[in-house]
Design a protein around this ligand. Structure first.
Ligand code: GTP
Ligand code: MG
Length: 539
């Protein structure tokens, strides 16, 4: 296993102002869970046991043992000699107090622990050691963005992740030592793990294990501001959680626990015959998901209407796309003077922002900021954020922003283009904007400029290159096609303004009858202007 030094991460190491107790990593908070299952874990009446759902005696014992082995801090004393860690584990178990029984902490509840001191682990299947290091550096940036302190990071060279424990089982034990040594309380894996892998690895390292998907979901949950953004994140979280609800312990303990009259440990299936707690939870989650989907669809309609309106007014649209933290929002601010949240953190922007901007020749266009892309964006999120990305698919021009100071800008370009392909936006013309030219290596800038035919180096911070970029946007934006000549009466001043903003004025003179215009305009405006054609008036 290769130990990766923590070094320059993508974000400033200073980022995570300790945010104290963090919400679930990738899953739902207690309140969300309660809302989902429509019961308050603190107050819900204890479930009555139902005899017909009890397991036969022998099975119960086995199940008990399994659950015990997995949960009880005492039961693994042989592997768990460290007092510090034991305290940590006691703290982990504390969450049980939120629920009705100790044993049946669902994985969801389990995950709502603090994510504070983390060790990163990656499986390095292809590429160079440098690639593996970059990948882990990005994971570190993600973890820091979520508010965690990264203590250490390790990668293992393997053909593919171990189906049981992600890294090999021997390495998992080594990882366990690192966790103990650094007093970490969480392990973050650089990939999407199956529910089984998460459980097995947790079993070995004895601290919470989360994967990259969960981490990204968590960041998204922290950052989403608008109603639509929040709904999309919630939907993605549920999607992620659904298969993981099956979690060990959960269904078993729910089924086996029915002994008592409801005190801790007794909470057992409360549902009617044939439906276990987990099935009910799952059904309720599915119902919530369906509801969210309907709500999102309705919100999307609202946005579509606005977009169509812009289209109807023939205002060309430019979408800013790019890897997270590339400087998209900074560029939007530079181009429009708008105050959009700029933060040295990943996924600072999660809600689409649309602003008006003007080309040097005075043509109006709209400029849309978009959510940042990241390698292996969890699939649910690509789905959930498709609507945001649609802004990109519908644009007349994409400004593809790439961070020129990043260690692997080419990879960023590739991953963003994958998403652009995903949302069927490949036919939209693209300008590659190589940002952060002020701190990028000149060699890297030259390399990128050579590689990309339609590229420009800028600095959103200093403003270098921004005027050139504006001029380039002017050239690349679609132009109105119809050439007209009209003499618009002075009483129709609004029409003249429209020609200025929606079309391109070639010449303008003032006659006794009105404003004499020669201009390029779109068909609809041309139709209105034909009424004032000088020839027509002469007739
Ligand atoms: N040195 C330098 N830093 C820049 C430049 N442009 C942006 N930054 C910094 O890069 C960080 C990210 O900028 P943002 O504009 O928030 O990036 P973004 O692409 O919108 O990021 P997300 O919304 O998180 O995906 C901030 O700390 C900016 O100050 C630049 O040209 N030069
Ligand atoms: Mg942004």
């Amino acid at each position: 296993m290769t130990r990766v030094r923590r070094r320059a991460t993508i974000v400033d190491a200073a980022t995570p102002a300790v945010r104290g107790i963090l919400p679930v990593c990738g899953a739902l908070s207690e309140r969300q869970t309660a809302a989902l299952t429509d019961k308050d874990p603190m107050t819900s009446p204890t479930h009555l046991p139902q005899d017909d759902q009890r397991l036969p005696e022998g099975l119960r014992a086995d199940a008990l043992m399994e659950a015990e082995a997995a949960w009880s801090p005492g039961s693994d004393a042989d592997r768990d000699g460290d007092q510090f860690d034991r305290e940590d584990r006691a703290a982990l178990r504390r969450v049980a107090g939120l629920s009705t029984e100790l044993e049946d902490i669902t994985e969801v509840e389990y995950r709502q622990l603090r994510l504070e001191r983390v060790v990163l682990v990656g499986v390095w299947t292809s590429g160079t050691a440098r690639d593996a290091g970059n990948s882990l550096a990005e994971l570190a940036a993600l973890a820091e963005t979520a508010g965690a302190v990264v203590l250490d990071g390790v990668v293992q060279r393997r053909d593919k992740p171990d189906p049981a424990t992600y890294i090999g089982s021997g390495k998992a034990l080594e990882l366990r030592d690192i966790v103990v040594e650094s007093a970490a309380d969480t392990v973050v894996c650089d990939g999407e793990l199956s529910p089984g892998q998460l459980i097995h690895l947790e079993d070995v390292v004895k601290v919470k294990v989360v994967d990259r998907t969960a981490l990204i979901l968590d960041i998204f949950a922290q950052h989403a501001k608008s109603r639509e953004g929040k709904a999309q994140v919630a939907l993605a979280q549920m999607q992620y959680m659904l298969p993981r609800l099956r979690g060990w312990g959960q269904s078993l303990s729910r089924q086996m626990g029915g002994g008592g009259s409801g005190s801790a440990g007794g909470g057992m299936a409360t549902r009617g015959p044939g439906e276990t707690k987990i099935e009910t939870d799952r059904r309720r989650i599915r119902e919530k998901m369906a509801k969210l989907r309907r709500e999102i669809a309705a919100m999307k309609t609202g946005r579509d209407v606005k977009r169509q309106e812009r289209k109807r007014h023939h205002v060309p649209s430019v979408a800013i796309a790019g890897y997270t933290n590339a400087g998209k929002s900074s560029l939007l601010n530079r181009l429009t003077g708008a105050g959009v949240l700029v933060e040295n953190a990943l996924f600072a922007t999660l809600d689409p922002t649309v602003r008006r901007a003007e080309t040097p020749s005075g043509r109006l266009y709209t400029l849309a900021d978009t959510v940042g892309f990241v390698r292996h964006l969890p699939h649910h999120l690509v789905e959930a954020f498709r609507s945001t990305m649609e802004e990109v698919g519908d644009a007349d021009l994409i400004l593809h922003v790439v961070d020129g100071s990043h260690p692997a800008p080419e990879e960023q370009l590739v991953s963003v283009r994958e998403v652009i392909r995903d949302v069927d936006a490949t036919s939209v013309p693209e300008i590659v904007v190589i940002n952060k030219a002020d701190i990028a290596e000149p060699d890297v800038l030259r390399r990128l400029l050579r590689m990309e035919p339609r590229a420009i180096a800028v600095s959103a911070s200093t403003g270098d290159g921004v005027e050139e970029l504006k001029a380039l946007i002017d050239v690349e934006l679609p132009r109105p096609q119809v050439e007209i000549e009209a003499e618009v009466p002075y009483t129709k001043g609004a029409l003249v303004s429209r020609v200025h903003t929606e079309g391109e004025v070639l010449s303008e003179a003032h006659t006794a009858a009105g404003t004499l215009l020669k201009a390029l305009v779109h068909e609809e405006l041309a139709a209105e202007l034909r009424r004032y054609a000088p020839a027509a008036r002469a007739d």
